[in-house]
Structures are given as structure tokens and as C-alpha cells.
Write a protein that binds this ligand. Structure first.
Ligand SMILES: *Cc1c(COP(=O)(O)O)cnc(C)c1O
Length: 219
């Protein structure tokens, strides 16, 4: 689907939900996409992109950033502490802060580098054992601990279980963010971004609906 159609759907749903016109931002998820497809979207003026892997982003984005001004990069995939320094140099936002060890490491490197990406805490709203994220019950404590480390935590992120109705998870995340005075909500993908916007998403992460199907890296 053309980028403009996605942008129109986002704008329409944002207004329909009674929210301010530009309060939902689109992250174009470019992971595993051929560079030509990414460049097409850059040429249309879009500047906000998401990647899942530090390595892949490091191979792709420095060159794009030379060619295009004001690119904003979001890390959406799991983060290992040994990749953290590189991630902090590359990304403007990280959506997957999910454990104390990582939070402490962010705090150390923030001092050393003098900057830190804006952070989302990933919440495992479905309590799925194989999925990363802080449990709903532990989120408020974790937010407080991150604040005590002076980390720039701006919001919460979730990936609902595939078999569930995503709406209830989006609503839970919204309530949890509100309880913790966090203004940003990263939720909604190609198949459900309108539902997420209705529940207050401020960042939607849309990949295949913009770029077409991905060639899967692994099954
Ligand atoms: C891949 C991915 C997306 C985008 O998924 P689509 O279904 O292609 O829109 C969004 N968020 C995360 C965390 C992802 O890994």
C-alpha cells in the first residue's frame, strides 16, 4: 500500500478518536527490506524508520543519513548489552528496554557518551514466556527504578500475543502508561494500527503494509 494511504488512514483514525491531528507518528519498519524500497519511502519525504537489529541498521543507515537529512531511527528489536554502545550511537529511540541490567548499562553509557536515546519500556502484556518485556505487575516499579537512574523513559511499548484480540492489550498499556505519567505509547502494526490509535497510540510501527512482504530471516 502506498505510504500516502497509510498516512491518510492514520490521520483519519486519529481525528475519529477525538485526538489532536498530528498526535500519532508513523514509524516505517524497514527491517529486512531491500534498500531500493527504503529509498523510495525516503524520496517521498518520510524520515522516521524502525529496525529490529543493531547490526542490520549499522550496515544500512549511516549511508542513508549522508544522503537524507533528519532521519530519525527507532530500535524495535531485542537489545543485548554488548551491542548497547553501538545502538546508542545509531538510534534516536529504543523501544525495548526490558530489564534492569540493561537499564543500568544505559545509565553508565549515558554519562560516558553524554547522550541517550529516548526510551520505551517493553511490557509483556500477554505474559508470554517466550516474549521479552516487563510484566504488567512489575511495570510501575521498573519505571520508578529507571527514573531513579535518570533515564529518559518516555513511554511503554507492547506486542500483543498473535492469538488475542489486540484491543484489550492496547487498552491495558494505555492505562498503565497513564498510571505512570508516561506520555508516549508505541503500539500497533500493519494489521492493527487503527485499533491501536483508537486506544491512544502515539507511535505506530508499520512495516509490511508500506514496504510489502518481508523475506523472512528465520521461520
Ligand atoms: C516487524 C515489526 C513491526 C512491523 O510489523 P508489520 O506487521 O510488518 O507491520 C512492528 N513492531 C515490531 C516490534 C516488529 O518487530
Amino acid at each position: 500500500m502506498p505510504l500516502a494511504d497509510i498516512q491518510n488512514r492514520i490521520a483519519a483514525e486519529t481525528l475519529r478518536s477525538g485526538r489532536p491531528e498530528h498526535s500519532t507518528r508513523l514509524i516505517a519498519v524497514s527491517k529486512v527490506q531491500p534498500n531500493e524500497r527504503v529509498e523510495e519511502v525516503l524520496k517521498q519525504g518520510h524520515r522516521v524508520f524502525g529496525e529490529n537489529r543493531v547490526q542490520e541498521a549499522a550496515a544500512k543507515w549511516p549511508d542513508f543519513r549522508k544522503a537524507y537529512d533528519e532521519v530519525e531511527l527507532h530500535l524495535l528489536g531485542p537489545l543485548q548489552t554488548n551491542k548497547l554502545r553501538q545502538a546508542m550511537e545509531l538510534f534516536d529511540y529504543v523501544h525495548t528496554l526490558d530489564r534492569m541490567k540493561l537499564a543500568k548499562r544505559f545509565a553508565v553509557l549515558k554519562e560516558e557518551l553524554g547522550h541517550c536515546p529516548k526510551l520505551f519500556i517493553q511490557v509483556n502484556t500477554g505474559n508470554e514466556p517466550q516474549k521479552a518485556g516487563i510484566s504488567i505487575e512489575d511495570t510501575s516499579t521498573f519505571v520508578a527504578d529507571c527514573r531513579a537512574l535518570s533515564l529518559p523513559v518516555i513511554g511503554l511499548m507492547c506486542i500483543p500475543p498473535v492469538e488475542d484480540d489486540p484491543e484489550q492489550h492496547f487498552a491495558m498499556l494505555r492505562d498503565l502508561a497513564k498510571d505512570n505519567d508516561l506520555p508516549e505509547l508505541s503500539m500497533g502494526m500493519s494489521s492493527d494500527f487503527e485499533l491501536a490509535i483508537a486506544q491512544g497510540a502515539t507511535f505506530v510501527r508499520v512495516g509490511s503494509a508500506i514496504f510489502g512482504d518481508r523475506v523472512p530471516l528465520k521461520a
